[in-house]
Write a protein that binds this ligand. Structure first.
Ligand SMILES: CC(C)(COP(=O)(O)OP(=O)(O)OC[C@H]1O[C@@H](n2cnc3c(N)ncnc32)[C@H](O)[C@@H]1OP(=O)(O)O)[C@@H](O)C(=O)NCCC(=O)NCCS
Length: 163
């Protein structure tokens, strides 16, 4: 049996699948609308083919995306959520939660022991989302962002039941 190209979340009205080259322009647009210091287009290009680079599609259009990867550190697999954003028109409908949930499942399936991310100290909405998924604040990195804002490093220890 062939694997479906997308995972349909029928109840939610959107689907999630690995990002493709044709998605990159829409992704870059959402990135520019979402962040003061957006990733450039070619940063996304480098993650094409990575299992943790996913898009959510609604009505055939990119509604949001997540970039997550896995690194080997001292024999332990550390997951890293590097970027997540949802188009302003699609926020507060569960797209961000669905992307995070799928990315965590992908990382867990590939053996991640824990997953980390950085978030702006002032980004209450994102911090709330991460806490809902079991992320906890680990430490602060002063002036991590170019405009001088601190980052909060959050970590989520994946239970073996997820693997
Ligand atoms: C952070 C972000 C990715 C969240 O995406 P999202 O799609 O809005 O997330 P969700 O819809 O899953 O959840 C957000 C809120 O909507 C609520 N929600 C989800 N589905 C809902 C629905 N059907 N009806 C009403 N509310 C709903 C959630 O409960 C949550 O509420 P809360 O903020 O009070 O906890 C999005 O706000 C974003 O792109 N922000 C700009 C980029 C950014 O800051 N990225 C994080 C960088 S670290």
């Amino acid at each position: 049996m062939t694997r479906p190209a997308s995972w349909v979340n029928a109840d939610e009205g959107f689907s999630i699948r690995p990002a493709e080259r044709a998605d990159l322009l829409a992704i870059a647009r959402i990135e520019n609308e979402s962040f003061a210091q957006p990733w450039p287009y070619d940063a996304f290009e480098r993650f094409l083919g990575s299992p943790g680079f996913l898009v959510a599609l609604e009505g055939g259009a990119v509604a949001g995306y997540i970039v997550a990867d896995l690194t080997d550190g001292f024999g332990r697999q550390l997951g890293h959520v590097k970027d997540i954003a949802v188009h302003p028109d699609n926020r507060k409908t569960g797209v961000g939660s669905a992307l995070l949930s799928r990315a965590l499942a992908v990382l867990a399936a590939r053996g991640a022991d824990s997953v980390k991310l950085e978030v702006r100290r002032s980004n209450e909405r994102a911090k709330r989302l991460y806490r809902q998924f079991g992320f906890e604040a680990l430490r602060t990195v002063p002036e991590y962002y170019r405009d001088g804002e601190d980052a909060i490093v959050m970590i989520h220890k994946l239970g073996h039941c997820l693997v």
